[in-house]
Each structure stands twice: as structure tokens, then as C-alpha cells.
Design a binder for this molecule. Structure first.
Ligand SMILES: Nc1ncnc2c1ncn2[C@@H]1O[C@H](COP(=O)(O)OP(=O)(O)OP(=O)(O)O)[C@@H](O)[C@H]1O
Ligand SMILES: [Mg+2]
Length: 242
């Protein structure tokens, strides 16, 4: 079986620092895959390599069997990748609804566009906030708006970098349910997360990054029972957040 996404011996150096170091990682079609690891492990850098925002120092990226290592970021989006990055990116001065229109207008138009926007608003529980300025939303709601913007184009692969950062436990749980629902509807999802309760709630497959390398991989039970994984977290002290 061909993996939907396959990184092979991928590396990214920043001067002398190996942010991503000879990393091979595959995501199968239909998977809900969590990527965890201490601060600075290389998770966000790995996302940027997948998305074509940085050229790799070495290695290849394949998507749907095609070598996309040298493809522009926009071409990767056209092939079905979508992302919600760690730093929020909504248009704060525009209404919630308009944010979604902008995200979807390349894919839909007319009544179909309006219908899709309504569907997404309902999906992330923002129907009542449609006319509100995005900047006025609560923090968790901003994250949900961004998730809606990312899934609106119906990607084959959804990349989420810390989607629950700064959320309350209730908001985090609700986000987990949204992601599970998307995955049930056949979307392949790769999520970077620190919140282990959240990872336990959603993950089927877990990969652990440490110092840019793949440190461990397995089911959530295998990963939480893995003493070496526990140690790399403890050794780093508490997650400092963002
Ligand atoms: N543009 C850059 N230039 C130089 N160094 C960078 C750059 N981006 C990331 N790094 C470094 O690469 C390493 C990996 O960073 P990255 O942001 O990928 O980690 P992360 O796993 O996402 O961490 P976090 O959990 O804190 O978000 C870090 O040491 C970071 O300082
Ligand atoms: Mg990061």
C-alpha cells in the first residue's frame, strides 16, 4: 500500500543545528496520527518541510505516491494538503463568515459557497458568531475558526500544529471530538500536540520526535508505557507553552 504522506531521510539544518535529522515517517490514508515530542524536537519544522515552506537539506517527501520534494507550497495545497499552523492566522478585522468565504472562494462559488460556509460554521459551533469580528472571538473559538478554514477546501491531508494550545480542558475535549468526527468522514489528519489527555482522546497512531529524529512510534498505550519516552519529557522539565 502506498502511504498518503511519506517522508524519507528528511533533514533540515539551520547552521549547525539539525532541526530535523534523517527523519522517515509515513502517514497512511485514513489515519489519525499524532506527533509529539519535547519543545524544539522539530515538529513544526517537519510540518514546514511537508508543506514546502522550507526546502529540506536532504531527503524526500512523497504525497499520494508522487515525489513533491521540490514542489512549491501552493502546488502542494492544490494537491490536497491543508494546515493550521501553531501561530493563529485569522483575519481579525473581518467577520467570522468572511474569513471562511476567503478560505473557500477558490473552491466554491455562489449558493454552494454559502452552503459550505454554513456547514462549516455549524461544524465548529460558530453559527451564532458568524457576523462577529474574528478578532473578538474567544481564544478557543479563533482556533476553531482556523480549523474550519483549513478543512473547508476538503483536504486529503489535514495538518494541525497544536490546535488546542491555550484552550480550557472543555474546549480541548470539544476540539478532540471535532477532529474525531472529521477522521470518521475519511479525512487523514496529522496533529502535533503536547496535551497528553488530548492525544489519548484522539490518537490511533503516535510518533515521538526528539532532537529532530523519530524516537518512538506505536499505539498511544505503547507510547505512554514507554519509559524512554517518559524520560525525554521529564528530562526537559515542564512544557513552557507558547
Ligand atoms: N527558522 C529557523 N531558524 C533557525 N532555527 C530554527 C528555525 N526554526 C526552528 N529552529 C530551531 O529548530 C529546532 C526545532 O524547532 P521546531 O519549532 O521545529 O520545534 P517544535 O518541536 O515545533 O517545538 P515546540 O514544541 O516548542 O513548538 C529548535 O531548536 C528551533 O530553535
Ligand atoms: Mg512547534
Amino acid at each position: 500500500m502506498t502511504a498518503l504522506l511519506e517522508a524519507t531521510n528528511l533533514s533540515k539544518r539551520f547552521g549547525g543545528l539539525k532541526a530535523v535529522d534523517d527523519l522517515s515517517l509515513a502517514v497512511q490514508e485514513g489515519e489519525l496520527h499524532c506527533l509529539i515530542g519535547p519543545n524544539g524536537a522539530g515538529k513544526s519544522t517537519f510540518f514546514r518541510l511537508i508543506l514546502g515552506r522550507y526546502p529540506p537539506t536532504a531527503g524526500t517527501v512523497r504525497f499520494c505516491g508522487e515525489d513533491i520534494t521540490h514542489l512549491q507550497a501552493a502546488a502542494r495545497v492544490r494537491r490536497g494538503m491543508s494546515v493550521k499552523m501553531q501561530v493563529p492566522g485569522v483575519f481579525a478585522e473581518l467577520p467570522v463568515r468572511q474569513n471562511l468565504v476567503i478560505a473557500l472562494q477558490h473552491k466554491f462559488s455562489g449558493p454552494e459557497l454559502a452552503r459550505e460556509v454554513d456547514r462549516l460554521l455549524a461544524l465548529v459551533d460558530l453559527s451564532a458568531e458568524a457576523t462577529k469580528q474574528a478578532g473578538q472571538l474567544a481564544h478557543g473559538q479563533k482556533q476553531w475558526l482556523e480549523i474550519a478554514m483549513a478543512i473547508g477546501v476538503r483536504p486529503r491531508l489535514l495538518l494541525l500544529d497544536e490546535p488546542t494550545a491555550g484552550m480550557s480542558p472543555e474546549e480541548t475535549y470539544k476540539t478532540g471530538e471535532m477532529i474525531l468526527e472529521l477522521n470518521r468522514k475519511a479525512m487523514t489528519v496529522l496533529v502535533v500536540e503536547h496535551d497528553m489527555a488530548f492525544v489519548r482522546q484522539i490518537a490511533r497512531q503516535v510518533s515521538v520526535l526528539h532532537l529532530g529524529r523519530l524516537f518512538a512510534q506505536g499505539s498511544i498505550e505503547e507510547i505512554t508505557d514507554n519509559e524512554a519516552v517518559q524520560e525525554i519529557y521529564l528530562g526537559k522539565g515542564h512544557h513552557h507553552g507558547h
